[in-house]
Design a protein around this ligand. Structure first.
Ligand SMILES: [Zn+2]
Ligand SMILES: [Zn+2]
Length: 248
């Protein structure tokens, strides 16, 4: 027994040297074998949303502000949402690795952080399901995975909440939002999502959901998804994102 556990821990150590864990933010090898932790440099660089955030979208705002500028000017189909990290340079790099350079394993770290910070929030909502924001099939084939689904699947494991990844479909492969002006953004996602009716019939008891995504920028992706969900009488909609921009 003892020998077995010694061999096992030695084995893990060797695996850690051959396939070192990488820091999920800057990608440097860490050689520790620890999962879910970040390197010391990133510990300084990373910025969490913290205690003062917009009550609607979760963007960090100053302590005396209840709603950020964006949210005070528009109505939304979702109730509210939260995010873990400020989308600063450190997170931009991490997200680029996660989405464009095959670092799908970072998703576990993101979900763990979501769970550690928002376990109570999720519990209070007590959603029937987690819904990852879908990407277009062409993009999924090219990338090999949907990044939001990876985060949602890990979060589902941590919370025990079912993940439904076939309720919403992305019918338009839209341009990345960041390359567009705000006027173009408004139209870019119009009719980009649709409900898969067979899935809705399968999950007809679902009334309350948390949409899961990697980044919240303008909020139009979450809004468009919420809009189609409301169309099939899923009325209690929240969201949880890994990163978010700063609010004003
Ligand atoms: Zn790092
Ligand atoms: Zn807001």
């Amino acid at each position: 027994m003892i020998l077995n556990s010694i061999l096992k821990s030695a084995g893990q150590h060797i695996i850690g040297i051959v396939y070192p864990e990488r820091c999920p933010l800057c990608d440097i090898p860490m050689y520790t074998g620890n999962t879910g932790s970040i390197c010391q440099k990133c510990n300084i660089r990373v910025e969490y949303v913290g205690d003062s955030f917009c009550m609607k979208c979760g963007k960090p705002v100053s302590a005396d502000v209840e709603l950020c500028m964006d949210c005070s000017e528009k109505e939304t189909s979702f109730i509210c949402g939260r995010a873990v990290f400020v989308y600063n340079r450190c997170m931009q790099k991490s997200m680029a690795g996660f989405k464009y350079y095959g670092r799908a394993e970072y998703g576990r770290f993101y979900a763990t952080q979501m769970f550690e910070i928002y376990a109570d929030w999720i519990k209070n909502i007590s959603p029937d399901a987690l819904i990852p924001v879908p990407i277009h099939e062409d993009r999924r084939l090219k990338r090999g995975y949907n990044q939001a689904e990876i985060i949602a699947n890990w979060l589902g494991k941590l919370t025990g909440i079912q993940v439904i990844n076939n309720l919403i479909i992305r019918t338009k492969d839209t341009n990345p939002q960041k390359e567009l002006s705000s006027k173009e953004r408004g139209r870019n996602l119009y009719n980009a999502f649709d409900i898969v009716q067979e899935s809705r019939e399968l999950y007809q008891n679902v009334k309350c959901v948390i949409i899961v995504d990697d980044i919240y920028t303008t909020g139009s992706t979450i809004e468009e998804c919420s809009y189609v969900l409301k169309g099939v009488h899923i009325n209690d909609i929240y969201f949880l994102c890994t990163c978010i921009g700063k609010g004003y």
